[in-house]
Design a protein. Structure first.
Length: 286
């Protein structure tokens, strides 16, 4: 049986937690954390342009854009239990180094910035920091994302569990041991929603070309893609078996699949597309 969507996995987290960047993805994580029992008073947010929903959380105890108040002393720090970096990657060179003020020996730094490697973060932050790099995708906005994470050698088992709990607020979590795999993850699941939306778009255009009214073709494509995705989500069968179950020998589906799966068809196109996205991810990461 699946766990309830709002299991209070973060109710015992004592914090403090610093969220740097509360845009779409950061905001989705924030909503998920609170739904899973994280007390707003444990959270501090750095966001130059906070949305109304984020501003409203300040009335519930979230500290919004508050400056740190370190203890006196040359090495004083306002240590956080976790620092979650959700800013745009192009702002990282300016945004990340000042976060060292919040980082202590037991702090977990969790980054969801695309293209910014663990090596980049290690150079920008104090030595010995525990870092987890993660790649979520846009269905995180409705709690149905998939995130792949990788940690550096400083991440403890306890910090890994904390990272899983924090990322689990926006969907399922997978771990890899080789950071190089994140480029392929980015190409498959990070960019993947665009491929699915393109499928719905192409199905709509094809329906119109076959004679359907545009609005009806759009609704049919949308509901077919959404419903099929939900069936895949709920079913214990793999995608290939589900496809075969829909395909009667010599029928209409078989005629369509013969085109889609022929030489140079859908499989080959998608393989080339994901390879191109993987290459671009590596280029962006430097």
């Amino acid at each position: 049986m699946k766990k309830p969507a709002k299991e209070k996995t973060l109710a015992k987290f004592t914090g403090p937690l610093l969220l740097v960047g509360a845009g779409k993805m950061g905001g989705a994580m924030l909503d998920g954390w609170i739904a899973r029992g994280l007390a707003p008073r444990r959270i501090a947010i750095v966001e130059p342009q906070p949305a109304k929903a984020v501003k409203a959380l300040a009335r519930r105890g979230v500290k919004l854009n508050a400056k740190p108040s370190p203890k006196p002393g040359p090495k004083a720090k306002a240590d956080a239990a976790a620092v979650v970096i959700a800013v745009k990657p192009q702002t990282a060179p300016e945004a990340v180094p000042p976060l060292g003020l919040y980082v202590g020996k037991s702090t977990l730094v969790l980054s969801i910035m695309a293209g910014r490697t663990i090596g980049f973060l290690e150079k920008a932050l104090p030595p010995g920091v525990a870092i987890v790099r993660a790649m979520p995708n846009t269905p995180a906005a409705i709690g149905r994302g998939i995130t792949v994470a990788v940690g550096n050698a400083n991440v403890t088992a306890r910090q890994r569990k904390l990272a899983t709990d924090l990322l689990g607020a926006i969907g399922k979590v997978e771990w890899v041991e080789d950071e190089a795999l994140i480029d392929a993850v980015t190409a498959l699941s990070g960019s993947g929603p665009a491929y699915v939306f393109l499928l719905a778009e192409a199905m709509t255009k094809a329906g119109i070309a076959a004679g359907l009214p545009a609005e009806l073709a759009g609704r049919l494509a949308r509901e077919t893609v959404a419903g099929s995705g939900e069936l895949l989500h709920r079913s214990d069968l793999d995608a290939a078996t589900l496809r075969q179950n829909v395909t009667s020998p010599g029928g209409t589906t078989a005629a369509a699949l013969q085109v889609l799966m022929g030489a140079g068809g859908f499989d080959d196109l998608l393989t080339k597309a994901i390879a191109a996205a993987t290459r671009r991810s590596r280029e962006l990461a430097g």
